[in-house]
Design a protein around this ligand. Sequence first.
Ligand SMILES: NC(=O)c1ccc[n+]([C@@H]2O[C@H](COP(=O)([O-])OP(=O)(O)OC[C@H]3O[C@@H](n4cnc5c(N)ncnc54)[C@H](OP(=O)(O)O)[C@@H]3O)[C@@H](O)[C@H]2O)c1
Length: 260
Amino acid sequence: MEYLTYGKTGLEISRLCFGAGRLGDTCKTHESGAKLMLKALDEGVTFWDTAEGYGTQPHLGEAIRQINRDEIVIQTKTANKDYESASASIEKALRELKTEYIDVMLLHAISSPDDLATREREGAFNAFREAKAAGKVRIIGCSTHTYTGAVMDAVIDHPEIDVILTTANKEGRMLEGGTLEKHLEYIQRAYDLGKGISIMKVVVAGDIPEADRPEWIEWGFNLETAHAINLGMTENQHITLDVGLARASARRRLVQSKAA
Ligand SMILES: NC(=O)c1ccc[n+]([C@@H]2O[C@H](COP(=O)([O-])OP(=O)(O)OC[C@H]3O[C@@H](n4cnc5c(N)ncnc54)[C@H](OP(=O)(O)O)[C@@H]3O)[C@@H](O)[C@H]2O)c1
């Protein structure tokens, strides 16, 4: 497994990120979800992504209860926009994740520059800032769901957004508001500014024939400007395949860097 620093955040993450978005589909109990997370950790996956909206924070919490907190980096999100509800989301995340701090807290699914600039979102931002000052949140960021174009300009230019979780895959599938080529330029700009970059929808939320999935995942690992490749693993076979591809990519990158 390759470990690297998440942009300028100072957080050390595994390049393969466990996306827990659909973990609850296959793991009906918190215990079974925790078992899958711990299996991934055994394989070196130390970066875990969840959200209030996925309902999987408790699954992660059950796993976190069984390990040392500093073994992993947790990224979670809230779609709540006003100060009160976003503050409540942070407290809920701390409770459900059974932790005293969240490494990365994201504003969930920014859909436009206006969305980022609303007074409401500013309320959520204030809740995040307050939690950061209190040591409950380390890093603030956002996800851009499937959107590109103006929304990328807005989040990249925002001085307090240190992490961006965005859509990227081999053919630019699901991207709304611009081409893949242009989107990769946005990602490059954000990377150059030191933002932590995670990519999702790498296998188009599963909408790729099974035989083609390794090639799409490899594309993700080949994207030098992505610190983390967020894959929505829901079963042991996903972990085996994704960890194998992450390790192969790490070996390739090591050989290339030695040759350079
Ligand atoms: N707006 C946001 O912030 C946002 C939105 C969506 C997701 N996310 C995050 O990103 C993560 C990834 O979600 P995504 O929508 O981008 O999904 P994805 O990783 O593109 O696809 C995940 C789905 O692909 C299928 N799959 C097949 N082979 C796989 C393999 N080897 N590894 C992983 N999945 C495989 C699985 O579905 P089948 O079992 O049906 O084949 C799995 O549920 C989520 O878990 C979540 O943490 C964030």
